[in-house]
Design a protein around this ligand. Structure first.
Ligand code: 5AD
Ligand code: SF4
Length: 468
């Protein structure tokens, strides 16, 4: 990417000056799903700024409402349709007022459902898949000309090269932590998962593009960057001297950027944790000691049916190696209960694996059959009531582990990145190395500072601390 060109185009300036003009069009973006959607929403906002749109937090104020959707579980998609119902009513109320409302659906539901969305919700004006966001301004121009547009063809060109970068003030406004997509898509085809169909096959962004984006973030005051990818640890690229780089090497390079004090990456697949990445956990102080490494299930029979391509023993052995490299690493994971064919004994094997790993935090879900995935076609679907019961038991165990982990930090001194004012007067909220919110006195430090604090007690999900 030619960064200088982006610099000269500086679309954010146009957006800011338009903010003062009464005629500025406003876009309200609502984001569902994963962190990559959060990142994508920001990049779409940046692309729309070039088209004269400023972002608004108030849906009533918007000329364009964009829903950036998630298709990972059934409820996620259904939520979008009920939200569309509400926005359709708003659009009807606006009719004849001279202030038209445009409705767009972006993201993974857009990719998966395409034109079906407009059939089911005719008030929708545009449907745009995750690989075509850079075409948003063109699409909008056609929509204003009266067309309804469905744009879900995978673009040949690299969208990242075409999406404008936000201006410095906009990055600063977004805070001292930021996401940066380095890899997108998935070739693993776990049998429960829609991602290979909605995000396409694995693509890694080039080193130079990633380094340039990280430098821009750091220059604007970002202190912590989370590298994103559906299979982030499968990222690979050509290094600055033409050699092959994996994620570990990339992390070492990003750690050299002045101002970037903390690095994270998510989400990883156990099969792609290579030696260099584990070495990065050992040797790189900037790499936070927290690893989201989903296993999904405990019993080998179910892991095989899920096409995870590893056993429980492989996973546990991997965690042993990671913990040997970085003793204070805290593990996080994802779990699915009630995959087709899961018996009570299988579920107990999942509980046993959770006990062995001892997670600092984790996400757990009931299996939700996704149309077009092999899992949906498998026999022996588990009754909903059984899924509910297993989810409850698993979540109780995971919550206990999370709270025990928090309690183990009481009395310890840890680094904390001050992020924002607290909800209560006189407080600021920081972020621990393990992603817990840390509540401190507002005088403990300025936003963006990394300070040493002593943990005094735990809240439900947060830590309370004083300056060490
Ligand atoms: N049903 C339930 N949970 C799912 N996930 C992915 N697909 C499904 C599905 N069909 C979960 C996995 C994944 C997380 C992002 O969502 O645990 O890691
Ligand atoms: Fe949801 Fe997956 Fe799409 Fe993220 S990539 S929005 S989790 S379906």
């Amino acid at each position: 990417m030619d960064l200088n060109t982006t610099e000269r185009n500086e679309i954010g300036i146009a957006a800011d000056s338009l903010a003062a003009a009464p005629a500025a069009k406003k876009v309200f973006v609502k984001t569902y799903g994963c962190q990559m959607n959060v990142y994508d929403s920001q990049r779409m906002t940046d692309a729309l700024a070039a088209d004269g749109y400023v972002a608004t937090d108030m849906v009533d104020d918007a000329d364009l409402v964009l829903l950036n959707t998630c298709h990972i579980r059934e409820k996620a998609a259904e939520k979008v349709y009920s939200e569309l119902g509400r926005i359709r009513d708003m659009k009807a109320e606006r009719a004849g007022t001279g202030r038209e409302l445009l409705i767009g659906v972006a993201g993974c539901v857009a990719q998966a459902e395409g034109a079906e969305i407009i059939r089911r919700a005719p008030a929708v004006d545009l449907v745009i898949g995750p690989q075509t966001y850079h075409r948003l301004p063109d699409v909008l121009a056609r929509v204003r000309g009266g067309e309804k547009i469905v744009e879900t063809d995978y673009a040949v060109e690299d969208k990242f090269e075409h999406l404008p970068q936000p201006k410095r003030a906009e990055v600063a406004r977004r805070g001292v932590t930021a996401f940066l997509t380095v890899q997108e898509g998935c070739d693993k085809f776990c049998t429960f998962c829609v991602v290979p169909y909605t995000r396409g096959s694995e693509v890694s962004r080039p080193v130079a593009q990633i380094v340039a984006e990280a430098e821009r973030l750091a220059e604007a005051g970002v202190r912590e960057v989370t590298l994103l990818g559906q299979n982030v640890n499968a990222w690979h690229g050509e290094g600055e001297k033409g050699e092959e780089w994996g994620l570990g090497r990339l992390l070492f390079r990003l750690a050299e950027i002045p101002g970037l004090a903390r690095l994270r990456y998510t989400t990883s697949h156990p099969r792609d944790m290579d030696d260099e990445l584990i070495a990065a956990h050992r040797d790189l102080p900037a790499l936070m000691p927290y690893l989201h490494l989903p296993v999904q299930s405990g019993p080998d029979r179910i892991l095989k049916a899920m096409n995870r391509r590893h056993t429980a023993r492989d996973y546990l052995a991997l965690i042993d190696r990671i913990r040997a490299a970085r003793g204070d690493i805290a593990m996080s994971g994802d779990f699915i209960v009630g995959f087709p064919g899961e018996t009570e004994a299988d579920f107990e094997a999942t509980m046993q694996l959770v006990r062995e790993v001892d997670y600092a935090s984790a996400f757990s879900f009931k299996y939700s059959p996704r149309p077009g995935t092999p899992g949906a076609e498998m026999p022996d679907h588990v009754p909903e009531a059984v899924k509910d019961d297993r989810l409850q038991r698993l979540q109780a165990l995971l919550l206990k582990q999370q709270q025990d982990f928090g309690a183990s930090l009481v009395g310890r001194t840890i680094g904390t990145l001050i992020e924002k004012p607290g909800r209560q007067a006189g407080q600021k909220v920081g972020r621990s190395p393990w992603l817990q919110p840390v509540i401190v006195d507002e005088k403990a430090g300025e936003i963006g500072d990394i300070i040493e604090v002593r943990i005094t007690r735990t809240g439900y999900n947060s830590l309370f601390a004083e300056l060490a």
